[in-house]
Write a protein that binds this ligand. Structure first.
Ligand code: NAD
Length: 298
């Protein structure tokens, strides 16, 4: 049953607004002699990671932030990587540190995250920041992708108080922090977190007023999983082989967009939805880290 034409939640447009705010704030900080600085560490040569890192570095340049890209071979040991993190922790020109995931299997990503100064953990993955999110303490950093989803939901005027929200995926990067943000005071959603062991996922999803898919399973959410009028937020980004594209692939979300969109009141596209918001929120976190570390509040 088609509802009407769904509202396409344009992540590129909203991200541009967030980035404009960041640029204006960075200009004010620059007048006080402070330039926000982000260090991005890439280990190995995972192609999507290379694209993400390049995009983060480019965006820093566009905002007048300083950026440092550190590329290490896949053979880098955990000790060497933590040595690099220690050096960045001590560098006063670096306000944000991001170690791009995935890391080679020989490296314990948790240990690396714990080595980052929580005040520079602009990804929001350090246990101190995870605890602050759970405790609703605003002095922490919120992971960028769920923060971007929240901003999209708010900008679209979607009512969350009392809404049934189903989050598919329970990762530390997306699903879990997403659920915490949605159940926080002031947001007040009724949150269900589904995952690969959930029974009758379709029935669980059909309850959702807001459905957030973060699994990395392209096209998994089908039309009969969606309640008419629901809002669909598609976090998934998967490269699917496509010989018609010059790159040889296209990006696919977790939602079977063509059949689901007509049912929704609003939906995020892939690409051009949550993805651009993630980078925008990373820049906002880096700016905030620079402010906090310097004590400057423009
Ligand atoms: P992950 O692999 O760490 O977690 C995936 C989650 O999905 C798990 O909790 C798993 O239980 C669940 N899942 C997997 N298959 C399932 C199934 N068949 N049914 C129900 N649940 C299932 O992945 P992640 O890091 O959370 O990322 C998820 C997706 O989001 C990926 O496509 C990733 O590329 C994308 N992502 C996008 C952005 C962005 O900026 N838009 C940022 C981060 C991740």
């Amino acid at each position: 049953m088609a509802v009407s034409t769904p509202r396409i939640l344009d992540g590129r447009k909203l991200a541009a607004t967030v980035l404009d705010e960041c640029r204006a704030a960075a200009d004010r900080l620059a007048q006080q002699g402070l330039v926000p600085g982000l260090a991005v560490v890439l280990v190995g040569d995972d192609p999507p990671s290379q694209v993400y890192v390049a995009s983060k570095v480019r965006t820093c340049g566009e905002l007048g932030f300083r950026s440092q890209k550190i590329v290490l071979p896949a053979s880098t040991s955990q000790r060497e990587l933590i040595g690099v993190v220690d050096r960045l922790n001590a560098d006063p020109a670096v306000h944000g540190i991001l170690v791009q995931s995935p890391l080679p299997v020989a490296i314990d990503a948790g240990e690396v995250v714990r080595a980052i100064d929580p005040r520079k953990d602009v990804d929001g993955f350090h246990p101190e920041n995870v605890a602050k999110l759970a405790l609703e303490d605003p002095s922490g950093f919120v992971p960028c992708t769920p923060a971007g989803c929240m901003r999209m939901i708010a900008a679209a005027g979607v009512v969350t108080a009392g809404a049934e929200v189903v989050v598919i995926g329970r990762s530390r990067i997306v699903g879990k922090p997403m659920a915490l943000l949605l159940m926080a005071r002031g947001v007040d959603a009724t949150v269900t977190v589904a995952h690969s062991r959930s029974r009758d996922l379709a029935a669980v999803c059909r309850r959702a007023d807001i459905l957030i898919a973060a699994t990395g399973r392209p096209g998994m959410v089908r039309a009969d999983w969606v309640k008419p009028g629901a809002v669909a937020i598609d976090v998934g980004i998967t490269r699917v082989a496509d010989a018609t594209k010059p790159s040889g692939y296209r990006l696919c979300g977790d939602v079977a967009y063509d059949e689901v969109a007509p049912l929704c009141s609003a939906i995020t596209p892939v690409p051009g939805g949550v993805g651009p918001m993630t980078i925008a929120m990373l820049m906002a976190n880096t700016l905030e880290a620079a402010r906090r570390l310097s004590g400057k509040h423009p």
